[in-house]
Ligand binder design. Structure first.
Ligand code: IDP
Ligand code: MG
Length: 139
């Protein structure tokens, strides 16, 4: 994956609340092109693998349970400066601290159920995108 790409998930709380459309609209209006997308439900084990970097954090168990509690939408997004621009579009991890107009400010319910994931580096964007999309899919 090139460095003009990032990886996102619309998390279970946002899918359950019927906010896929609203969030995808904000992503597209933010100038991101969706180059791969799928709707899936993770097992707790797969969620645990995705979030392995957080396995020492106190909220890891809660995070894996939550991320497997319902379906999610996973997608690869393309834009110049994608990783940093997408972090700006989604806002701070804790919606109480997220800037006005950000996806998390508008849609997140709590620091755990915070509507969307966004990669934090080009390297992780590549790793996370590959976790969900295989080299045999066209993107
Ligand atoms: P990020 O998603 O903004 O990059 P990270 O620190 O990477 O935030 O945390 C990953 C995910 O873990 C968050 O998006 C959120 O769902 C969850 N999380 C982070 N901090 C907490 C917490 O203090 N309590 C519960 N869940 C948390
Ligand atoms: Mg993170």
């Amino acid at each position: 994956m090139a460095t003009n790409r990032t990886f996102t998930m619309i998390k279970p709380d946002a899918v359950e609340a019927g906010n896929i459309g609203g969030i995808l609209r904000m992503i597209e209006e933010g100038g991101f092109k969706i180059v791969a997308m799928k709707y899936v439900q993770l097992s707790a084990q797969i969620a645990g693998k995705f979030y392995e970097v957080h396995s020492a954090r106190p909220f890891y168990g809660e995070l894996c349970e939550y991320m497997s509690s319902g379906p999610i939408v996973a997608a690869i997004l393309e834009k110049e400066n994608a990783v940093a621009d997408f972090r700006n579009l989604i806002g701070a991890t804790n919606p109480a601290e997220a800037a006005e107009g950000t996806i998390r400010k508008i849609y997140a319910k709590s620091i755990a159920a915070n509507a969307v994931h966004g990669s934090d580096s080009d390297e992780n964007a590549q790793i996370e995108g590959s976790f969900f999309f295989s080299q045999f899919e066209r993107f």
